[in-house]
Each structure stands twice: as structure tokens, then as C-alpha cells.
Design a protein around this ligand. Structure first.
Ligand code: 5AD
Length: 431
């Protein structure tokens, strides 16, 4: 989502006469696009800013901006920690970027207090802002990200997103289909539809399943993916599209968060562990070979050993292809921060995380090993970073696959016979 928002900012700024440069050293302005989802995302940003500060000491005219969710979340603390920041801008205020840069540049020209000038702050949340008219500037490639929805209405108690990205809004279906047509014209082969709860998409009478079908039919598009759906919005219409539209990939990232109904209730996830299991059975029945991935939080407020074990057991039963696993990280301003004590000891969180990571590594390795001897369809994305004689790409189920280039080309789908695996990669030969 942040990659997509950075492309949007590049679109806004290009339209106003700015241009992106390949190297930091060539830049007059550096915008750091940030995430607020967990504490360590924020720590990374602070470190990054310190690094930029060194450069600014040598080049005081350098404009440093902090954009995105952390700007929205931590404006005051951020400016305390990094007083040299010139610009703070939240996710709904990017239209003001050109004005902000103009006014900062005017300050530079007139040598007004380069160090003490007030930063430009843009933090209004705007439930009508969907940037529908802005053409993002994307890097050339095979896969394009397309934001179809902004904000979130779900109010999970652990989550900062509704507070930093505002209310949910969907973009018009007709416009999105046109966007995809343009992306295909530009040479993209795969589109990833993005939204915080992407499958709650709705526009007039169209729902997410309708959008999947419509996008899937765009001529010349090879694959459609989407992330991240919410289990409570996994409607039959979405499942139908996954089962029937040949371009819609059979991969679903379905955040579980916890395998305990009690914890899910404290998280306001709006589904029970049982309902989630039933959904998984239905998906596997309707979409054979579906690849399932998930997000898990351990150590959420009040999580007992028994409740944690329910998560462990659920992961062991469902056998996800892969998972993103996190320790609960309390976020100021969330419902949990206000109402539920962050009372699981850090060491316990760490121990629980270690246990599920180990479990998941074994499951992922088993699933990969089972692919050995079979053939997978890989959309070729580019040259392997480790070996210039090999290409890499993804399977329909989103597994990275590496194989000798031979006579294949970037952008085509090739069949690869898998002969071995590493922890997270399939290795094979074109057939
Ligand atoms: N602490 C830990 N993990 C979190 N996530 C969201 N908020 C928090 C938090 N406060 C995780 C969830 C979500 C993913 C994007 O990040 O698992 O699905």
C-alpha cells in the first residue's frame, strides 16, 4: 500500500513539474513514506531520518518530508524527535505537496531561517479524498499495484489504520477497469488490487466479486491478485470469481490474527474461530489448490496459554502456505490502548512468536517439498538477483520460483518443472 501511495505522490509531484531522481544524492527533496502499524515500523523511520539529517547538515537546503501514517499518528513527537523535518503530511493531504514544496522552496530562496522555519503540516483526514483523478507514476515492470479502496471501517481494537487513514471509501468500478486497461497498454501483466479490507469494496450495486470479474476480463491481462481481504467480507461472490475467472489468482491472504474466539472478540474481528474454519473449508472446496496465507498476532491483551495454543492448533490444522507473524505492539489511540491492558510479558510474546514461526517454517517447507516433481506456471518477472543466468517469477499461488533463463522472456508465463526447494523458493527447469 505504501509503494502504491509513493507512486501516487510521484504522480502529483510530476504533474506540478517535479521529477524523481534515481539517487538520493541528486535530490532536493526527500519524502519518507511511513507506516504506523507496529512500533518497529516507526523505529525504522526515525533511524532513516537520522541518516538523512547527516546529509542535511552538509546541504541545509535539502527538504526532508515525512509522509503517510506515522506522520498522521505522531506529528508532535516526530517533530520533537526530528526537528529538522520540513514537511509532515498524512495520507489524505498529498494534493498539497506541490504547494508545500513551493512554500518551503520560497523560504530557501529568501534564506528565511532554514533551521527554525515552521514545518509545513498537512494532516486533515478527508473522507472524500480518493485521488481518483491522479495518475500514479509507476516503475516499469510486470506487476502494478492499484488502490481500489482507501481507509478502513472495521475498528479492530489493535489497529491504528482507521485513525491514520480515515473512513473507508471505494473508487468507481468503471474507472478502475479503465485504469487496468491503461496498465495493460503500458505493458503490465499482473495487477494487484489494494485496500485495507479490499473485499468490502462496493460501488453502486457492484461488490468485490463483480470488480474481480470485470478486471479479470480486461484483454491482455494475465493475472489479478488482491490484498488484504477481511474474513467477514469473504462473500460467495468473491469466492465465485476466484473459482471461475481464469485470470484471478488462486491465492488468498486471509488474516486470521488469532485462533481463539475469545481473543477474536477482544480484537473486534467480528468472526469466531469456528466461522473462520468453515470459511477455509468452503474455500478449499470451491477453489481447489487455493494457496492460503495469513497474518497472526501473538500476545494480544489478556492472551492466555490456552488461547495461544488455539492459534497454534489452528495454524497446524489449516496449514497455511506462509504467514506473517507478529508480537502484539500497542498503538496509542487504538481501542485496545484505551480499554485493554497490554499485559502479556514481552518474553512470553517472544516465546509464543518463536513457537509459531517454527511451526510455520516446517509447514511451508513441507508444502514446498510436495511441489517437487510437479509443474508450476510462472509469470517471469526478472533476472534473479543471485544469478544472472536465471529468471525469477511467481506461481499463481504466489510462490517465488527460480529457473535457468534458456529461451524464456520477462512477462510471459512459462511452465517450470520443480526439482528442488529452499526455505521459501521453488527451483526448477522450464518444460
Ligand atoms: N500489533 C501487532 N500486529 C499488528 N497488526 C496490525 N496492528 C498490529 C499491532 N498493533 C498486524 C495484523 C495485520 C497486519 C497488517 O499487521 O496482523 O493484519
Amino acid at each position: 500500500m505504501n509503494v502504491s501511495d509513493s507512486e501516487l505522490m510521484a504522480g502529483i509531484l510530476t504533474r506540478s513539474g517535479h521529477q524523481t531522481v534515481p539517487h538520493l544524492d541528486d535530490a532536493d527533496v526527500v519524502l519518507v513514506n511511513t507506516c504506523a502499524i507496529r512500533e518497529n515500523a516507526e523505529t525504522k523511520v526515525i533511524n532513516r531520518l537520522k541518516h538523512l539529517h547527516h546529509r542535511k547538515r552538509r546541504h541545509p537546503e535539502l527538504i526532508i518530508g515525512v509522509c503517510g501514517c506515522m506522520a498522521q499518528h505522531l506529528r508532535d513527537r516526530l517533530l520533537d524527535a526530528a526537528p529538522y523535518v520540513d514537511l509532515v503530511m498524512g495520507p489524505d493531504a498529498y494534493r498539497d505537496l506541490p504547494v508545500a514544496l513551493d512554500s518551503l522552496a520560497r523560504g530557501v530562496e529568501s534564506h528565511v531561517s532554514l533551521t527554525d522555519r515552521d514545518p509545513f503540516v498537512g494532516l486533515r483526514l478527508d473522507k472524500n479524498e480518493d485521488y481518483a483523478d491522479i495518475a500514479p507514476i509507476r516503475k516499469e515492470g510486470i506487476r502494478a499495484w492499484l488502490t481500489i479502496q482507501r481507509g478502513c471501517d472495521k475498528m479492530c481494537t489493535f489497529c491504528i489504520v482507521p485513525f491514520v487513514r480515515g473512513r473507508e471509501r471505494s473508487l468507481p468500478l468503471k474507472l478502475l477497469v479503465e485504469d487496468v486497461e491503461k496498465l495493460v497498454d503500458q505493458g503490465f501483466k499482473e495487477v494487484v488490487l489494494l485496500g485495507q479490507t479490499v473485499n468490502s469494496y462496493h460501488n453502486d450495486r457492484a461488490d468485490f466479486g463483480d470488480l474481480l470479474y470485470a478486471v479479470g476480463e480486461v484483454n491482455g491481462l494475465e493475472r489479478v491478485r488482491f490484498t488484504s481481504p477481511h474474513p467477514a467480507d469473504a462473500t460467495d461472490s468473491m469466492i465465485d470469481a476466484m473459482a471461475n475467472s481464469p485470470t484471478v489468482c488462486k491465492h488468498l491472504h486471509l488474516p486470521l490474527q488469532s485462533g481463539s474466539t475469545e481473543v477474536l472478540e477482544r480484537m473486534h474481528r467480528t468472526y469466531t474461530a469456528e466461522a473462520y474454519r468453515t470459511l477455509v473449508s468452503k474455500l478449499r472446496e470451491r477453489v481447489p489448490d487455493i494457496s492460503l496465507t495469513t497474518d497472526i498476532i501473538v500476545g494480544f491483551c489478556g492472551e492466555t496459554d490456552a488461547e495461544f495454543m488455539e492459534t497454534y492448533q489452528m495454524m497446524a490444522d489449516i496449514r497455511y502456505d506462509s504467514a506473517f507473524m507478529f508480537k502484539y505492539s500497542e498503538r496509542e489511540g487504538t481501542l485496545a490502548h484505551k480499554a485493554l491492558p497490554d499485559d502479556v510479558a514481552e518474553t512470553v510474546k517472544g516465546e509464543r512468536l518463536k513457537q509459531i514461526i517454527e511451526l510455520q517454517e516446517n509447514i511451508s517447507a513441507d508444502i514446498n517439498n510436495a511441489a517437487v516433481g510437479g509443474t508450476v506456471a510462472v509469470l517471469v518477472e526478472g533476472e534473479s538477483r543471485r544469478d544472472a543466468d536465471r529468471y525469477y517469477g511467481k506461481t499463481d499461488g504466489f510462490k517465488t520460483t527460480v529457473f535457468p533463463k534458456a529461451d524464456s522472456h520477462i512477462g510471459e508465463i512459462v511452465n517450470v518443472r520443480v526439482h528442488s526447494t529452499t526455505a521459501h523458493t521453488l527451483i526448477g527447469q522450464k518444460v
